[in-house]
Design a protein around this ligand. Structure first.
Ligand code: ATP
Ligand code: MG
Ligand code: MG
Length: 381
């Protein structure tokens, strides 16, 4: 059978590899760490630095198509791979989405509404950023942030320089703090032939900068949910995406949607699809990458996805195993360090039953340990 190459060995690669196996593919993983979650489910593994030209070349020759589950590989590495086999999504998509400044510039150029932002590439930009955005604002490194890392919230003018010093010398972006009603995301999938699909709009709840829960569908007006899907589709088309992409948005109190960031790979906020959909996000991603037909991204149940982060969530494990209807997914990581994503639990509800009949609290019982974060909560680094 054909071989799908995956750059990166994390849980997204692991779950993609399992989906690929179900569709009859073999998976070859390229990673730097032998203990990575995807290694134990791969049929072949290349253990090498992500920027080794020799390793990349022999990897590309050994597979039929390459995708990635990890955004901190270089787009140059993808370009090198692309000389030997198709790379989906393309290096161009990765290059744009892995830099917040390029991403925002691109999204703004195609008319996507964004939170107010200002580039900060030198200390002198701080004053203009504060003048245009006001306070509070968030300073983010343009590259390499995830789970709220590489961010500082600035409430007072005095703190601006400190935040800058902590994040510099990397290029930064300042964003106005959005007083959002909730956070939403949409997983959009686009095929080689341009077929576009998206899963239902979901709500995401974070805890200390890390996704804690996803509610599917999002408890928002139908029109809002549909507009979020339309935005995601517009973004995917403009990128000429082949594969899957998560589009994160804020819903503000006026009902407006603002795109926060995009991720051209399977996404934590799509994990609920593993039990609530006939084809989950990983199936859809592999189908898109492999050029297979893309069925509608339908859902046969409502769902709550609860992330298992660090030792405190893993302490719930015995309880999860005992609870009927709690569907656990572990990533095979040995040690539960604080802030580390160890797995997740999906809980299904009858189609259309969330959230009216069940609150999140009722839905998760003992699993609902983290309540909505206070508005001024600091992202942890
Ligand atoms: P991810 O793990 O999703 O990749 P990340 O480190 O790339 O996270 P963001 O998604 O930009 O960071 O921000 C993390 C969280 O911080 C957001 O989900 C949101 O809760 C909050 N946040 C980020 N930017 C803003 C903003 N401009 N206004 C209000 N809240 C924000
Ligand atoms: Mg991000
Ligand atoms: Mg994010």
């Amino acid at each position: 059978g054909a071989v799908i190459g995956i750059m990166g060995g994390g849980q997204l690669g692991r779950m993609s590899a399992v989906a690929a196996a179900k569709l009859g593919f073999k998976v070859h993983v390229f990673t730097q760490n032998v203990t990575d979650p995807a290694v134990e489910v791969a049929h072949a593994v290349t253990l090498a630095p992500y920027d080794s030209p020799e390793a990349l070349e022999s990897f590309a020759r050994a597979v039929d198509v390459v995708t990635f589950e990890f955004e901190n590989i270089t787009a140059d590495a993808l370009d090198l791979l692309a000389r030997h086999c198709p790379v989906r999504p393309s290096g161009r998509v990765l290059r744009t989405s892995q830099d917040r400044l390029e991403e925002k510039t691109f999204l703004a150029s195609i008319g996507i509404p964004l939170a107010p932002w200002h580039p900060v590439t030198a200390r002198a930009d701080l004053q203009t950023a504060m003048d245009t955005l006001g306070l509070p604002l968030i300073l983010k490194t343009a590259q390499e942030g995830y789970d709220g890392k590489g961010q500082r919230r600035v409430h007072h003018p005095d703190d601006l320089n400190t935040a800058f010093d902590e994040l510099a010398p990397h290029p930064l972006v300042a964003e106005g703090m959005v007083d959002f009603a909730c956070e939403l995301s949409v997983m959009v999938i686009r095929g080689v032939d341009g077929t576009i699909r998206c899963f239902d709009t979901v709500q995401n709840r974070h805890w200390h900068g890390i996704l804690d829960m996803t509610l599917a569908p999002a408890p928002v007006m139908e029109e809002t949910a549909r507009k979020a899907q339309e935005l995601a589709c517009r973004v995917a088309e403009a990128f000429d995406l082949v594969g899957i992409m998560g589009v994160e948005m804020f819903l503000d109190h006026t009902g407006a949607l603002l795109v926060n960031e995009v991720a051209p790979r399977p996404h934590n906020s799509g994990h609920w699809t593993m039990n609530a959909c006939p084809q989950d996000q990983f199936d859809m991603h592999i189908r898109a990458v492999a050029g297979l037909p893309l069925p509608q991204a339908t859902r046969h149940a409502d769902a709550v996805m609860k992330n298992l982060v660090g030792p405190e969530d893993m302490a719930l494990w015995p309880e999860i195993l005992k609870t009927p209807g709690h569907i656990p997914h572990l990533y095979g990581k040995a040690d539960a360090r604080p802030g580390r994503k160890m797995g997740h639990v999906n809980v299904l509800f009858p189609f259309g039953a969330l959230p009216g009949e069940f609150g999140v609290q009722d839905a998760l019982g003992a699993l609902a340990t983290k309540t909505a974060a206070p508005a001024d909560m600091e992202a942890i680094d």
